[in-house]
Design a protein around this ligand. Structure first.
Ligand code: ATP
Length: 251
């Protein structure tokens, strides 16, 4: 399923682990020219941003991480979670899911409900080629009694595509799309993908507020710029938000 690049992928399949991102961060694989991927059936301590939890259920979720090595000086990490989100959307669109939207910087939604989450973490260089670990969690078919903290709007693939794609096929499609877009990102920067991202912007032209800043910022979501920074039009200015340490909410 991985097409021309299949021999370039090294897949580690674990029955259980705390977090697939942690596996790659704690024991970074050798730089052998292959794309390293960790996928697990049971993730016991999945993370979101800033210590938040990512919940998954064996058999009901797809949780994996992939390592992307980038050239020093590449336009990394700011735009990378946006690129990953776009890749997830494209892969799912190819499998027949419609109504997919992106929420800056790292969520994939359908009709405002969260379908997949992305967590990008940098692997310190320490003399090696710098790398980013990109973790993806996709809800496939959540148990009816699944309770997800602080997130009323949650959905799964089972609600949007029938029959549900086979998990191996879904993983292959996601990996192919992710690494194709990472290559585009490395060669041409986020500018080359900005238009495609904005087409799926869940908050395009809508009133939003940014929390997590010392002072809350409220305005109209004016998309993203060529670096992947979020643009908010307030009454007085166009504010550019590059940091991921803030949260976007509808106003
Ligand atoms: P932000 O807008 O700042 O990114 P977020 O709520 O999207 O906020 P993330 O760190 O991206 O935060 O993701 C973690 C959050 O996702 C958790 O706090 C929880 O609310 C939600 N969550 C956890 N597991 C799932 C899941 N399987 N499906 C949907 N949402 C989940």
């Amino acid at each position: 399923h991985l097409g021309d690049r299949s021999s370039a992928f090294a897949l580690q399949i674990l029955d259980e682990c705390a977090s697939t991102n942690s596996v790659l961060l704690d024991t970074p694989p050798a730089d052998d020219g292959r794309v390293h991927v960790v996928v697990t059936e049971r993730q016991t301590a999945g993370r979101g941003r800033r210590g938040r939890q990512w919940q998954s259920w064996p058999g009901a979720s797809l949780t994996f991480s992939t390592l992307w090595r980038f050239a020093p000086g590449a336009p990394v990490p700011a735009g990378l979670s946006l690129v990953a989100g776009l890749a997830v959307v494209r892969a799912l669109e190819k499998l027949g899911v419609s109504g997919l939207q992106l929420k800056w910087p790292n969520d994939v939604l359908v009709n405002g409900h969260k379908l997949a989450g992305i967590l990008v973490e940098l692997l310190p260089g320490r003399g090696r080629t710098p790398a980013a670990v990109v973790g993806i969690g996709v809800n496939l078919q959540l148990p009816a009694d699944a309770q997800i903290a602080d997130q009323p709007g949650v959905t799964d693939l089972g609600h949007h595509v029938s029959p549900l794609p086979e998990r191996n096929q879904l993983l292959a499609q996601l990996l192919a799309e992710l690494h194709a877009l990472f290559d585009t990102y490395a060669a041409a920067g986020f500018a080359a993908l900005r238009g495609a991202w904005q087409q799926r912007n869940a908050f395009a032209d809508l009133p939003v507020r940014i929390t997590g800043e010392v002072q809350e910022i409220a305005g109209i979501c004016a998309g993203v710029d060529d670096d992947g920074a979020l643009l908010i039009r307030t009454d007085t200015a166009l504010v550019r938000i590059l940091s991921g340490e803030v949260s976007l909410r509808s106003a």
